[in-house]
Design a protein around this ligand. Structure first.
Ligand SMILES: [Zn+2]
Length: 440
C-alpha cells in the first residue's frame, strides 16, 4: 500500500550493481564489500522496525486526520503533488534539526558514518529515526489537512528518490546536472551534505528540492570533492553497534563532565548532563577540545587515522567471507519471507521472529567485524528459533506442525554448524584473526 520503499529496494540493488560496473570500468575504488554490506544491514534494521511501526504510524496519522475538519479531498489529483511538496518541505526541517540537536544527531549520524559514497549509502538509513524521531516532524502535515494515503505514498516516493543522490557517478560539471541542480537536489549537492570539511558541514539538507536550502541559507555548491563520513569515526560494520555508537560516546561525555562538577553542585551537574544531549555536534566537539574526556580518542587522532587509511575500509580485521555469507543467508531469507510474502504471524510470534532477525543482524555484524564472539550469537539464534517453533507448535506435535518443527530444526542445525565451524576457525593458535607477527 503506502510502503513505497519496499518496492523500490529490488530496483535499488540493480542500480547499485550498475554503479559498481561503472566504477570498475573507470578504475575507481568507490565501494568495499564490507562497507556495502554494512550499509545494507543497517537498512535492514530500519526495515525491521518499520514492519512494526509503519502500520501504527499510518493508523495514528489517520486517527488524527479524522479530527481535522479541513482535510483535503483524496479524490482530487492535485492532492498528490501537493502532499509531496508538503512532505519535502517538512523533511527539510526534520533533517536540519537532526544535524543541529545532539540526541537527534546521534540517531542521524548512522546515515553519515559511511566513508564511501555510493548508492548503498542511500540504504544506510538511521533506524532510530524510523522508530521515533522522524514522525513528530510530520505532524504539521496532519494539521494542514493532508490525507493519510497521499501523504504516506508521497513520503515513500520522496525517501526512495533520495536514495538516488548518493553517488559519485554524476559530475558537478555536467551541464545537465547543473541545470537540474538549480531547483532540485542532485548527487553533487548531496555529496556536499556528506562532506566533513568545515564549509560542507550542515549544508544541503533538502531531499527532492534544493530550493529550501537556498531559501533558508543552508545551500553550498560542491567545489572540491568532499571527504565523506562523520567526524567521529565508526569502527564497526555491525549495524546494532553503529546505532548505539554515538549515544554511548555522548553518554560518556555527559557522565564525565557532570561528575567533574560532582554532587556539591547537583543542579549544575544535571544542567551540564542535559546540555550534552541538546547542543549541536560542533558545539560538543568545540567543548570537548577545551575539556577533553580521557576515555575518548581525540578528534585529531580520528583524523590522523583517517588520513592514513582513506578508502582502506573500517579498521577491523578482514572478515571470513564464507562465514559471513553463510550467516547472512538465513537472515536474508527470513527477511524476504517476512517483508515480501507478508505471512502475517500473530503478535507474539511476530515479535519472536523479529528477535530472531535481530539476532541475525547481530551475528552477521559480528562476523563482518571478525570477532570471536560470533559463535555465541549463532548458538543463540539457533536455540531461539528452535524454542520458538516448539512454542508455536501444538503439543503433542501433530502432522500439521511437523513441517514447522522440522524446518526450524534444519535451520537451527545450520546455525550450530556455523558456530562450531567458527569456533574451530577462530581458535587463537590457528585462527583467521590478525595475529601480531614478531620480528623473529
Ligand atoms: Zn544528514
Amino acid at each position: 500500500m503506502g510502503n513505497v520503499v519496499a518496492y523500490a529496494i529490488p530496483f535499488f540493488f540493480l542500480i547499485l550493481g550498475l554503479e559498481g560496473i561503472w566504477a570498475r570500468r573507470r578504475g575507481l575504488k568507490i565501494m568495499s564489500a564490507r562497507a556495502t554490506l554494512a550499509n545494507a544491514l543497517t537498512g535492514l534494521l530500519e526495515r525491521l522496525i518499520l514492519i512494526f511501526n509503519f502500520g501504527f504510524l499510518f493508523w495514528a496519522y489517520s486517527r488524527l486526520s479524522q479530527s481535522i475538519p479541513w482535510v483535503w479531498p483524496s479524490q482530487s489529483l492535485w492532492v498528490w503533488p501537493a502532499a509531496f511538496l508538503v512532505s519535502d518541505f517538512l523533511y527539510y526541517f526534520l533533517h536540519r534539526a537532526h544535524h543541529r540537536i545532539g540526541f537527534l544527531w546521534a540517531a542521524h549520524v548512522v546515515h553519515h558514518q559511511s566513508e564511501e559514497m555510493n548508492f548503498s549509502v542511500g540504504l544506510r538509513t538511521a533506524p532510530l529515526q524510523a522508530l521515533v524521531f522522524s514522525a513528530p516532524f510530520y505532524l504539521p502535515a496532519v494539521l494542514m489537512g493532508v490525507p493519510p494515503l497521499p501523504f504516506f505514498v508521497a513520503n515513500g516516493v520522496m525517501n526512495s528518490l533520495q536514495l538516488l543522490v548518493h553517488t559519485r557517478a554524476a559530475s558537478k560539471d555536467s551541464r545537465f546536472w547543473r541545470g537540474v541542480g538549480v531547483v532540485f537536489n542532485t548527487p553533487s549537492h548531496h555529496r556536499v551534505h556528506h562532506g566533513q570539511e568545515s564549509q560542507y558541514l550542515d549544508r544541503n539538507y533538502g531531499a527532492f528540492f534544493i530550493i529550501w536550502d537556498k531559501l533558508f541559507g543552508s545551500f553550498q555548491p560542491e567545489s572540491a570533492e568532499p571527504t565523506y563520513g562523520a567526524r567521529h569515526r565508526l569502527r564497526t560494520a555491525n549495524p546494532i553497534r553503529a546505532v548505539a555508537d554515538e549515544y554511548i560516546r555522548m553518554w560518556m561525555i555527559a557522565q564525565a563532565w557532570a561528575s567533574r562538577l560532582g554532587w556539591s553542585r547537583p543542579l549544575s551537574a544535571i544542567r551540564v548532563w542535559l546540555s550534552v544531549w541538546l547542543m549541536s555536534p560542533e558545539s560538543l566537539e568545540a567543548r570537548l577540545a577545551r575539556e577533553p574526556v580521557q576515555e575518548l580518542a581525540s578528534p585529531d587522532e580520528h583524523r590522523a587515522h583517517r588520513q592514513a587509511s582513506r578508502h582502506a575500509g573500517l579498521e577491523i580485521p578482514q572478515p571470513n567471507w564464507v562465514l559471513s555469507l553463510l550467516a547472512l543467508l538465513p537472515l536474508a531469507t527470513g527477511f524476504f519471507l517476512l517483508y515480501y510474502l507478508n505471512p502475517r504471524p500473530e503478535g507474539l510470534v511476530l515479535i519472536g521472529i523479529a528477535v530472531y532477525l535481530l539476532l541475525g543482524l547481530q551475528a552477521v555484524g559480528v562476523a563482518l567485524d571478525a570477532s570471536r564472539k560470533f559463535y555465541i550469537w549463532e548458538w543463540g539464534r539457533g536455540a531461539w528459533l528452535m524454542s520458538l517453533a516448539l512454542l508455536v507448535a501444538q503439543a503433542p506435535i501433530g502432522e500439521s506442525d511437523l513441517n514447522l518443527v522440522t524446518g526450524a530444526a534444519v535451520i537451527s542445525l545450520w546455525h550450530v554448524g556455523l558456530a562450531l565451524y567458527s569456533q574451530r576457525m577462530m581458535w587463537p593458535s590457528r585462527g583467521w584473526r590478525v595475529q601480531s607477527v614478531s620480528a623473529e
